[in-house]
Design a protein around this ligand. Structure first.
Ligand code: ATP
Length: 301
């Protein structure tokens, strides 16, 4: 328990009759990068606000960096937070703003390097009111990264970032993770999370529907694995004896297979049993988008 960065046990948060979060339990460990995904209104932002101590739970208990965020939360200084809608005083420059937050966190020496890290070095002395959305987002990121936080809560951090900044953002996250920081990031961009999150939490209507590594979610979901083959004239004989449950679509020397995940190796062994029929093969496991849709359809129950 002592080593957990965050621990939620049966946490709920209601706003009047509106249920924002209901009976959610999970823990986050140091060094983990965890994706928090869910439709609009699923409860992602509410979970982050609970962890920050900005709102109190209606039920359940939570501990963040060993403390209750609702009571004299000293550990807040060790948390970096990027809100969904970053708002800064438009008449100040990025350097002034970041300097202000840096003083609060006792991290003044980090202002220059962080501005450079998020690519705002040249624009640092311009007023933020003249910034594009992506530039404001980058400044928000720099603000969240101040003071080498042990826990980073990032609400849709890559919205508005161009592709090269997205790459450098994930590079930064990886570095922080390797130094032991826990990163919880909410996002709708499932494709980009697939290779980058150690673990995925799927929220739906305030409830936690699924929690696991992508590999674990794939095993749970048992969605078909797709294979694309380039075949030659002896293919039909192999096709006739494919393991049951394998779906086949054929066109011009290309064959698409969809096989039940537990039968994947059986299918591969069968394909290899004729040394020449299959000339090339690409295997595509279920994507995070497909897993997400599966669990939302009730597949996790
Ligand atoms: P999005 O992807 O759109 O940012 P989200 O998953 O972050 O959504 P939340 O902002 O946590 O969702 O909201 C969860 C639910 O709680 C929504 O139905 C929302 O309307 C409701 N809610 C959140 N904050 C309040 C509040 N202060 N008062 C009333 N209802 C609220």
């Amino acid at each position: 328990m002592a080593d957990l960065t965050v621990s939620l046990r049966g946490v709920s948060r209601h706003f009047g009759r509106q249920i924002a979060v209901e009976d959610v339990s999970f823990s986050l460990e140091p060094g983990q990068t965890v994706a928090l995904v869910g439709h609009n209104g699923a409860g992602k932002t509410t979970l982050m606000k609970l962890m920050l101590g900005l709102i109190r739970p209606s039920g359940g208990t939570l501990s963040v960096l060993g403390e209750d965020p609702g009571r004299g939360f000293g550990a807040r200084r060790e948390i970096g937070f990027l809100p969904e809608n970053v708002a800064f005083n438009p008449s100040l420059t990025a350097r002034e703003l970041l300097g202000f937050y840096a003083r609060l966190k006792g991290a003044r020496s980090e202002v220059g390097p962080l501005l450079a890290q998020v690519g705002l070095e040249e624009a640092a002395n311009r007023r933020v009111g003249t910034y594009s959305k992506g530039m404001r987002q980058r400044l928000g990121l720099a603000q969240a990264l101040l003071g080498s936080p042990r826990l980073l809560l990032l609400d849709e951090p890559t919205t508005g970032l161009d592709p090269s900044l997205r790459l450098s953002f994930y590079e930064t996250i990886r570095t922080l993770g390797s130094k032991g920081a826990t990163v919880l990031l909410s996002s709708h961009a499932l494709g980009e999370l697939e290779q980058r999150a150690d673990r995925v939490l799927i929220m739906h209507r305030g409830r936690l529907l699924a929690d696991g590594t992508i590999g674990e979610l794939r095993r749970l979901a048992e969605l078909p694995v797709r294979m694309r083959l380039r075949v030659n004239g002896s293919w039909p004989a192999l096709e006739a004896a494919l393991p049951p449950g394998t779906e086949v679509t054929r066109s011009d020397g290309i064959v698409d297979l969809a096989c039940p995940a537990p039968r994947k190796m059986e299918v591969i062994r069968h394909l290899a049993s004729d040394g020449t029929a299959v000339k090339d093969m690409e295997i595509t496991p279920p994507s995070l988008d497909e897993l997400y849709a599966h669990f939302l359809r009730g597949g996790g129950e």
